[in-house]
Design a protein around this ligand. Structure first.
Ligand code: G1P
Length: 892
């Protein structure tokens, strides 16, 4: 039992797929259809929290519900057989030898299940996908084949229960909401249009209809319908043994029938057919929202849609590598489409989900944009600018982004929370954008600030806020605008002063680790204080470029900010003084802002930001670098609500968190010597190859209610000690960025090998949020680790990255990644040009032993005068449009 790759597109197959539980595959599109499907055709389909066509499923419903897609055939008048394997007979034989064979073949983004029953002599091939258009529709193509030795007759019935309402109504008014249903039988199917969208806070007239339609391949229409769930099941029947199919004694409804107030069923009966041996018959089914996509009931249109969908998804995985290991390349191809999936699905809409209500969180939005902009920087620019409108003037932000860019919601559960890491991510993404494009002007674009009643970084309330506006205004009631640079300064300068007793930034509602949420009053995150120090340095580097290359010597910022910028170093060392400065600033702009701008010299800005960055790094190095008796060294990353240092040795056991090391390394707070020691310590305490590599932490063996809910989770799961891909990949990134290449490679390789070890990981190709204590991949597809994986692979491992718009080539590849000819390549888009960088290392030299000898741009020798190998943007822009270009880099 393993995943077999079939071709260079990364299509794969899995035999006996129904013998693994919890497998699911995404079926969605840019039209906003968000579906999932399992080998048994379970899963759901929706276009939002309040519009599910198929009944919502969470992970445990995948094997307990029969409300998914299905089609039945009655064979030779007596055998009842389901393409989903749900008939009692099929279930009895499931674990037996000679049972039905179920093979899943998966491609981007289509899912094919073949179910073969030799005993009965029947096979079904079920293909599901959504077209690449914006139509809200899922296409399902079912082909029956007679694999027996005798002619057979089949009576086919499509059986897809239509839920047609909000996920909230699973329990809340489940029955009453069925009374809203208006069911209409049309020529090709059953459609439900509820009268209202039920919500006790205010019912709304419903606008969405949900339909299941089907046709036989030679365009035959159905002969009748079962539009009501309870009729289809029949008295005493079950969805896994429906009376309508088994006894055939339920009258069929005709086109034109209307029914009010019942649970609906996409029950569609076709005429009896005869299949000779080896003969087959196809049925086209569409799961449609608002009647969209009915043209796909036609064989020809379906064929076009399938090809276009494949082309579309190929374009989404534009970063493609070719190493010595084909399996790695295919795996990376699947990781490559995950950022797009998260853009479509958000964080909630697959069967594994934390919050189940949709929307995208602030930090996820920015980090997903990392990979998205590697593919299409231009397309992402406006979105980045609009996201800055979610920043509050106190440096905190709205946490949820609505469907349209620029639409923000303070918090999904209306809880006042500030995550202290949120200010960090926008600059990380913006910095990448500037380097990839050379577009420093983005810093001087303007946007508004988000306004609600929350003030003083979650610790105050604005009594004057009228609830009418969500944009900050000046005292003269004009909407206030500031540059993106100003927004970034607001985020970092406020954070700098928002410290706890040990002069590290307060943990507040949590940091990257959502589950460190119980130390709001006194907790501190040293890990993310280090990360902010890294960002302060990044910002001053960007400003140095702006000054030197763009000749901008002065910038304008909100007058109120000046106080945060120019404080003496003596203030830095006093948490009390710092908090006073912050309070003063927040009070100045709680309800309104003056609107006055101050002119600041860029040199002053650079020096002030650098000063702050250096001060933090020194402070952390001097206080938080800790050791145990065995000579292991690492950084403490947290203080708990009792103001105690979290990491170290406690009751003879080491308490170590990976996060604390990742951000001290990435921000260059840790010196090179310290990084070496930390690497050994992580290997010693956190490395566990049986679960995919580096765990998030050691076992504290204590439910630390003074730090966070994570300590309530069983060790080895989620944020408590699992191998959490996101942090592991960021660990790899930080190691590569510090030129600890073999160490970084080890992190990625461990994750990849484990993910592809199907017997343990039990997941389709790609990267999961984490591997649980049994090594199973969890929360597949929708994880920020995918974006970081692509970023690390392209810009660090292959070293193909922008530097203020130019293209740098700085390979950090280990010898085993080159094939027998000494080649390895990566394909990406840069300056809108399709570029493949091919590294040739004929003598298979190891990292450290090779350097760049020659560069050929489309076979012409390219000379660069700079110390780092660089191709100027100008030369890339001049390359011919619409074709692939190769940069061949000879290493010696
Ligand atoms: C998830 C969340 C992310 C959070 C992380 C740790 O990670 O989406 O915001 O920082 O858990 O709590 P992901 O699913 O992106 O891997």
């Amino acid at each position: 039992m393993s995943i077999q790759f079939l071709n260079r597109q990364g299509d794969f197959s899995l035999t006996a797929a129904d013998e693994t539980s919890y497998l699911y595959f995404p079926i969605g599109n840019e039209g906003g259809v968000m579906g999932s499907i399992t080998p048994n055709l379970n899963g759901d389909s929706k276009i939002g929290q309040n519009a599910f066509l198929l009944e919502p499923v969470s992970i445990e419903n995948l094997h307990s519900s029969n409300m998914g897609r299905n089609m039945w055939v009655k064979i030779n008048g007596s055998i009842i057989w389901s393409i989903a394997g749900t008939s009692g007979e099929q279930q009895i034989h499931q674990f037996e030898k000679g049972r039905e064979e179920v093979t899943v073949t998966g491609g981007k983004l289509w899912h094919l299940v073949q179910r073969r029953n030799e005993r009965i002599g029947i096979q079904s091939d079920v293909l599901n996908y959504c077209p690449a258009t914006k139509e809200k529709v899922e296409i399902m193509k079912v082909t029956f084949k007679n694999i027996g030795h005798q002619r057979m007759n089949l009576v086919p019935t499509v059986a897809v229960p239509i839920y047609g309402r909000s996920a909230d109504n699973l329990r809340d008014h489940r029955h009453v909401t069925s009374l809203l249903h208006r069911i209409r039988v049309e020529e090709d199917g059953v459609v439900v249009t509820p009268t209202l969208s039920f919500n006790e806070h205010g019912h709304k007239k419903n606008e969405v209809s949900y339909g299941v339609y089907a046709r036989e391949d030679n365009k035959h229409k159905p002969v009748g319908f079962y539009p009501i769930l309870e009729d289809f099941i029949g008295e005493g029947g079950r969805l896994s043994w429906p009376r309508a199919v088994v006894c055939d004694d339920i009258p069929l409804c005709k086109t034109g029938t209307c029914i009010e107030g019942m649970e609906a069923m996409g029950g569609i009966r076709f005429e009896q057919i005869y299949l000779e041996t080896e003969e087959s018959k196809t049925y086209y089914i569409v799961l449609s929202y608002n009647g969209e996509g009915l043209k796909y009931l036609d064989e020809f249109e379906e064929g076009i849609a399938f090809q276009e969908m494949k082309d579309y998804w190929k374009k989404q995985s534009t970063i493609q590598c070719k190493t010595s290991d084909d399996t790695f390349d295919y795996f990376a191809g699947w990781v490559g489409i995950q950022p797009t999936l998260r853009r479509i699905y958000g964080c909630s809409f697959l069967p594994h989900h934390d919050y189940g209500r949709g929307g995208r969180g602030w930090r996820d939005l920015w980090q997903d944009s990392l990979a998205l902009l590697l593919n299409d920087a231009k397309g992402v620019r406006n979105r980045l600018v609009s996201y800055y409108g979610g920043v509050r003037i106190d440096g905190s932000n709205a946490t949820i982004i609505g469907l349209v860019p620029g639409e923000f919601i303070a918090d999904r559960n209306s809880i006042v929370r500030v995550w202290m890491d949120h200010g960090l991510w926008p600059l990380i993404t913006t910095n990448l954008y500037i380097h990839q494009t050379g577009d420093g002007d983005i810093l001087f674009e303007e946007n508004t600030y988000f306004k609600d009643s929350i003030s003083n970084r979650g610790e105050g309330r604005d009594g004057l806020w009228d609830g009418q506006t969500s944009q900050l205004r000046t005292y003269s009631n004009e909407i206030y605008n500031g540059t993106i640079l100003e927004h970034i300064l607001v985020q970092h300068l406020t954070a700098f002063y928002d410290v706890g007793e040990h002069n590290h930034m307060k943990l507040k509602g949590g940091d990257w680790n959502d589950a460190l949420d119980m130390a709001k009053e006194n907790g501190e995150s040293v890990a993310f204080t280090a990360a902010y120090a890294g960002n302060l340095a990044t910002l001053s580097e960007l400003l140095t470029w702006i000054l030197e290359k763009k000749n901008i010597v002065e910038v304008e910022i909100a007058e109120e900010l000046v106080t945060l910028l120019f404080q003496s170093e003596s203030v830095y060392s006093s948490p009390l003084e710092k908090r006073k400065v912050l309070e003063h600033y927040c009070n100045l702009c709680t309800s309104y802002i003056s609107g006055k701008k101050a002119k600041i010299k860029v040199v002053d800005l650079i020096s002030k930001l650098n000063g702050k960055s250096e001060w933090i790094k020194k402070h952390i190095r001097s206080l938080e670098y800790i050791a145990d008796e065995e000579g292991n060294h690492w950084f403490n990353g947290y203080y708990d609500n009792h103001k105690e240092q979290v990491e170290g040795v406690y009751k003879d056991k080491a308490r170590v968190l990976l996060t604390s090391q990742v951000f001290t390394i990435m921000s260059k707070t840790a010196t090179d010597e310290q990084v070496s020691k930390i690497v050994n310590t992580m290997d010693y305490y956190l490395y566990d190859i049986s679960v995919g590599g580096y765990r998030l932490n050691t076992n504290f063996e204590e439910v630390k209610t003074d730090l966070g809910r994570m300590f309530g989770f069983a060790y080895g799961n989620k944020e408590n000690g699992s191998v959490f891909s996101h942090m592991a990949v960021m660990y790899a990134y930080s190691l590569y960025s510090r030129r600890f290449v073999t160490e970084g490679y080890k992190v990625l390789k461990s994750l990849y090998l484990h993910a592809m070890d199907f017997k343990v990981s039990r997941m389709y190709p790609g990267i999961p949020e984490y591997f649980n204590k049994r090594g199973r991949g969890m929360y597949h597809y929708l994880t920020g680790s995918a974006s970081w994986f692509m970023l690390t692979m392209l810009t660090q491992m292959y070293g193909v990255r922008g530097e203020y718009g130019d293209l740098v080539l700085d390979p950090k590849l280990v010898a085993e990644q080159f094939d027998e000819q000494g080649s390895t390549s990566i394909q990406t888009f840069f300056a809108d040009k399709n570029i493949t960088v091919l590294y040739v290392n004929k003598n298979l030299k190891e990292i450290g032993d090779y350097e760049i000898d020659e560069i050929y741009l489309d076979n012409k020798l390219y000379t660069t005068s700079e110390e780092t190998a660089k191709i100027s943007r100008k030369d890339i822009i001049e390359l011919e449009e619409g074709r692939e270009h190769t940069i061949r880099v000879i290493l010696s």
